[in-house]
Ligand binder design. Sequence first.
Ligand SMILES: Nc1nc2c(c(=O)[nH]1)N[C@H]1C(S)=C(S)[C@@H](COP(=O)(O)OP(=O)(O)OC[C@H]3O[C@@H](n4cnc5c(=O)[nH]c(N)nc54)[C@H](O)[C@@H]3O)O[C@H]1N2
Ligand SMILES: Nc1nc2c(c(=O)[nH]1)N[C@H]1C(S)=C(S)[C@@H](COP(=O)(O)OP(=O)(O)OC[C@H]3O[C@@H](n4cnc5c(=O)[nH]c(N)nc54)[C@H](O)[C@@H]3O)O[C@H]1N2
Ligand code: SF4
Ligand SMILES: [Mo]
Length: 709
Amino acid sequence: MLENEIRTHTCMLCDANCGLRVELSEGRVVGVRGNPDDTFSRGHICPKAAAIGDLMEDPDRVRTPLRRTAKGFVEVGWEEALNEIAQRVADLRRTRGADAVATYVGNPTVHDYGAALAILPLRAVLGGKNHFSALSVDTLPRMVASQTLYGVGSATPVPDIDRTDLLVVLGSNPMVSNGSGMVSPDIRNRLRAIQERGGRIVVLDPRRTQTAKAADEFHFVRPGTDALLMFAMIEHLFAQGHHLRSAAVKQFGGAGLDALQAAAARFPAESVEAQTGVAPETIRRLADELATTPKAIIYGRMGTCVQAHGVATTLLLDLFNLVAGNLDHEGGIRFGTPAADLLRIGALVPKSQGLGMARSRVDGLPGFLGEFPVAALLPEIETEGHGQIRALLLHAGNPVASNPNGARLAKALSTLDLVVAVDMYINDTTRHADFILPTTVGFERSHYPLLLAAQGVRDFASFHRPIVAAPAGVRESFDILLDLASRVAARSGAARRASAPALRLMRKLGPNRIVDALLRVGPHKLRLADVEAEPNTLDLGPLQARLREILRWKHKAVPLFPPMLAEQLPALEALRDSAHEPLVLISRRTLRSNNSWMHNMARLQRGKTRCTLEMNPADAATRGLEDGTTVRLASEVGDVQVPLAVTDAVMPGVVCLPHGFGQNREGVKLRVAAAQIGASVNDVIDHRRTDAISGTSALSGQPVTVTTA
Ligand SMILES: Nc1nc2c(c(=O)[nH]1)N[C@H]1C(S)=C(S)[C@@H](COP(=O)(O)OP(=O)(O)OC[C@H]3O[C@@H](n4cnc5c(=O)[nH]c(N)nc54)[C@H](O)[C@@H]3O)O[C@H]1N2
Ligand SMILES: Nc1nc2c(c(=O)[nH]1)N[C@H]1C(S)=C(S)[C@@H](COP(=O)(O)OP(=O)(O)OC[C@H]3O[C@@H](n4cnc5c(=O)[nH]c(N)nc54)[C@H](O)[C@@H]3O)O[C@H]1N2
Ligand code: SF4
Ligand SMILES: [Mo]
């Protein structure tokens, strides 16, 4: 008998980039384990990685291009599909204008560097303003804050958790998400190491999460009130004179220190207690500890982004770290120096791509980096007039499940002239597609962490080529997107046709030569071959001081009280002085799911449903609701029925439902997922609730009611 072959690769499912050892037998995956020799992830994996083989072999996977007909989806050849799509796109651009053709790019694109590289030229050929991505249900406020403070949207600070002695986590659950805004594989041991060297972890969250349970200290904070909390913490820094001792203020601080102090003075700890639910003594003590512990961080992620004050909160988090002396500091928050330097590339973005330089037609939501927030997608489809969206091209996106007001979005999709999805499943969104174009997944494609390496808690690089052959009918996304761009260009006017040689060249080069070129000019002067030569993840060292360099590119100094923050003061004061909603909704992630699309893996979905609505016992008692019963969760925009889980893990006044469930709408072909009990939390979230500055969807804090079903 032949011995099974063991190959290394990197997991492409979430941000952690865990190194894998994949066992192959006759070209098929028979085992996936953590790679103990991987210098970064040290053998760690989560249950999802074991399912990558199942994912590639999923009987429900789309393996050949499909066309939707009155009788359902039927197979179609690539030539026929791409030509017809290109012709219909070109016709729509001609008759209805470029804005009629929209794109939506979903999260897995982040983990496919080829696709990420090809999206931009496709969008350039399409022209138009209606481009969307999952960024605006995720980390957009982080990028807007970085653009504002450091002049570079991709310069997102990373918590130096391997060297810190105090980590305060606000609105993130890395024990389940495996870390976000920081590539931190083996997070459990990285967090434990903080405690083992005598340091502490503090969590503030509306829910006592798995991370909270592993922490040394935990406090509830009411959803959407983090900006008040951060202002109060900053107020205390000033009151204690920490600003006078902060090296970061002297080194990096620009104008606005007095204005920041004056603004913070309006939010002393006592004044925000009623709204935030955090005791004034706690606020002051945490601020002191963060300022006096030499290596300390306050870090925020999803919970601080997808809420009504996402940008304000993110700005205040960084400003707190700056005034407390923890910015660009060992064991504080620092910037990555990735081998393909996404930060340097981000500094090349022209002013015209800045926040609000374009506005969406219907609601006037601000554009950023050539995209509008997804909150604009629904109105732009529904509202007639010049520039109305008539076609949507999706890459790796499931907006019906992941965007607010999903059920209504599904209806809107069914009114479009053309929907095309580069995807692997017939799910909530792609069931509306006229064409589904199947792409490589898992180990069928190569992996380079082009977008994520900038967020490593150490600088790192890894490159692996495909180790499993793709089914004959699927193609690489890089190729699909560029091929489509070429065909649209060929059918359009002279200006578009002129882009044909550049598109041809890019396709000919392929993604690897582009990455190789970026590596050669990057700060580590590597070649792709150097990265490939290290199968266990190339370690490029701990995070370095980099802010001085970044500030040379655009801003000379960090503005300490940006105008966009000043403009939010009246709204934040109104929030501080208002009574809070009786019941608001937040969401959560589960270890065995990945947003909306790993629910079809039987090995991950065994056992009872994880799609339960968590409610505090006090709230259940006042409503006469019992644990385990089915309840109706409703808002102004929709309602769902889900099982209730009564638990003191959520704070009073808050209910929590995981996102990504409810894949049982008509036409979905996901046999395992559709059989599960559950519903989509986004069917009750109003798309009009957005972050005041960036238009990011305020997924957290939706007012709801819960009654017996
Ligand atoms: N209420 C609520 N909503 C949320 C969130 C939340 O916490 N609460 N989280 C938000 C966040 S952080 C995100 S990132 C978004 C995600 O939002 P989206 O990116 O819109 O959705 P996903 O669930 O990631 O769906 C990914 C799609 O890509 C397909 N796919 C999977 N792998 C590949 C691949 O390799 N190539 C291609 N071409 N397709 C692939 C899947 O079949 C699926 O259709 O959801 C957001 N929505
Ligand atoms: N297992 C698993 N891992 C994943 C994913 C997955 O779906 N499943 N998705 C991946 C993706 S795309 C991303 S972006 C990352 C996200 O990774 P994280 O940023 O860690 O996101 P969450 O796990 O959603 O944690 C957000 C936390 O914010 C809290 N929260 C909600 N609203 C508020 C608020 O207003 N204020 C505060 N302070 N807290 C609030 C929630 O209770 C929750 O604990 O995870 C990635 N990893
Ligand atoms: S933590 Fe993320 S990268 Fe690591 S094995 Fe799990 S899904 Fe893959
Ligand atoms: Mo995300």
